[in-house]
Design a binder for this molecule. Structure first.
Ligand SMILES: NC(=O)c1ccc[n+]([C@@H]2O[C@H](COP(=O)([O-])OP(=O)(O)OC[C@H]3O[C@@H](n4cnc5c(N)ncnc54)[C@H](O)[C@@H]3O)[C@@H](O)[C@H]2O)c1
Length: 350
């Protein structure tokens, strides 16, 4: 079996589960790792039993590197991804991939011109609940979707802003506006916005928002509320908070259609999805709350496997630059709407 060889660029928090996945998936292998902080590179290299390299050029020239997984602070994702693509390597970039739409477009165009695969790690899309929900929605069992509620309720410790969740290294970029580009919405809700589009196919075309740094002493938002209009005329809202006392497993989506309702649990919680449908669909009876069967999967393994298959078959990644662009544009428009106190139309690019 052909294997896609990965160089790892950035050895912090995000890289650990992704490297475990690359090591497990038969179609993928780690060739070498690099981080500007040699301690982080050494630690990850030892965990994965692969060599570290001293700089980016050495990583790009290392034998058998077909693709580079890029997991660095947000402001460095796009410039480094551009460098990787320019060198002729495929790129699997951490979310949000870029800090503005112009950067995102440059990556999408370069990958297309060079015939390279550009993937983005919105791996939560592979949570089985989203596949179940997508099947129900696309079969028409929800009727016309007219409403959506999204919530990102998290109770982050204050230490998160300096060391992330893992605490592997002091690296306070998450709290700085110019480096992170945004707070809880860009960092966390972005996964749910990608999943919502995957399930419903609906695009947000108009929105208004309010946000603030209301609890923590950081430059990015820790709280945001927004109202949406979608391209099929549905309406929806979002509440996102990084410091919600007592929150646990509360990153959820609800979808309301003329034919039924879906309650999607927190994708990190392994809880099952619930459906209430006007007409029976498959195993789901009509007019009672039904709990769907629960499946588990390693979303990181699915994400690297599907990316590697796309590389090997020379086709676009299943979660690609356009997906990242859509989410980024939505989040940045929320920030602008809040800053300018106005309702903003989004020019969606299909
Ligand atoms: N997909 C997910 O579920 C998920 C989870 C966590 C983080 N992330 C994303 O992963 C990315 C990294 O986040 P993190 O939490 O791992 O951050 P982190 O601070 O823990 O790790 C980033 C690493 O990048 C290194 N670095 C900085 N500049 C570099 C450069 N020029 N070259 C090489 N290495 C460099 C740092 O030394 C650090 O070790 C972000 O985009 C974040 O949003 C994604």
């Amino acid at each position: 079996m052909a294997r896609t060889g990965f160089g790892i660029l950035g050895c912090g928090t995000a890289a650990v589960p992704v490297c475990e996945a690359i090591s497990q998936v038969p179609e993928t292998a780690i060739c070498c790792v690099y981080d500007v902080n040699p301690e982080m590179a050494r630690d990850l290299g030892e965990r994965c039993r692969v060599p570290t390299v001293p700089n980016l050029d050495a990583l790009l020239n290392f034998s058998d590197v077909d693709a580079v997984y890029i997991a660095v602070p947000h402001h460095l994702l796009a410039p480094l991804a551009l460098r990787v693509l320019e060198t002729g390597k495929h790129a699997l970039v951490e979310k949000p991939m870029a800090l503005d739409v112009t950067q995102a477009d440059a990556l999408i165009t370069l990958a297309q011109q060079k015939g390279l695969t550009l993937g983005v790690l919105y791996e939560m899309r592979f949570a089985p609940i989203y596949a179940q929900a997508r099947e129900i929605a696309q079969a028409g069992a929800l009727g016309k979707i007219f409403g959506v509620r999204v919530q990102t309720l998290i109770n982050k410790p204050q230490s998160y802003w300096d060391v992330g969740y893992s605490g592997r290294s002091f690296n306070p970029w998450r709290r700085e506006r110019d480096k992170a580009g945004g707070g809880v919405t860009l960092m966390n809700t972005s996964h749910l916005l990608d999943a919502l589009w995957f399930v419903t196919g609906l695009e947000i075309t108009r929105l208004s928002a309010e946000y603030g740094t209301l609890v923590s002493k950081v430059e990015v938002e820790d709280t945001l509320a927004a109202t949406f209009r979608f391209d099929n005329d549905a309406i929806g809202n979002l509440f996102a908070g990084a410091h919600i006392a007592g929150a646990s497993g509360d990153e959820r989506i609800e979808i309301y259609g003329t034919g039924g309702t879906l309650r999607l649990p927190d994708p990190y919680s392994q809880k099952p999805m619930q459906a209430w449908l006007c007409e029976p669909y498959g195993e789901i009876p009509a007019r009672v709350w039904h709990t769907l069967p629960q499946f588990t999967t390693n979303v990181f393994e699915r994400a690297v496997q599907e990316f590697a298959r796309a590389v090997q078959q020379a086709r676009p990644a299943p979660i690609n630059g356009m997906d990242a662009r859509r989410v980024l544009q939505t989040v940045l428009t929320m920030y602008r709407a809040a800053d300018e106190h106005r309702v903003i139309e989004i020019d969606t690019r299909k």
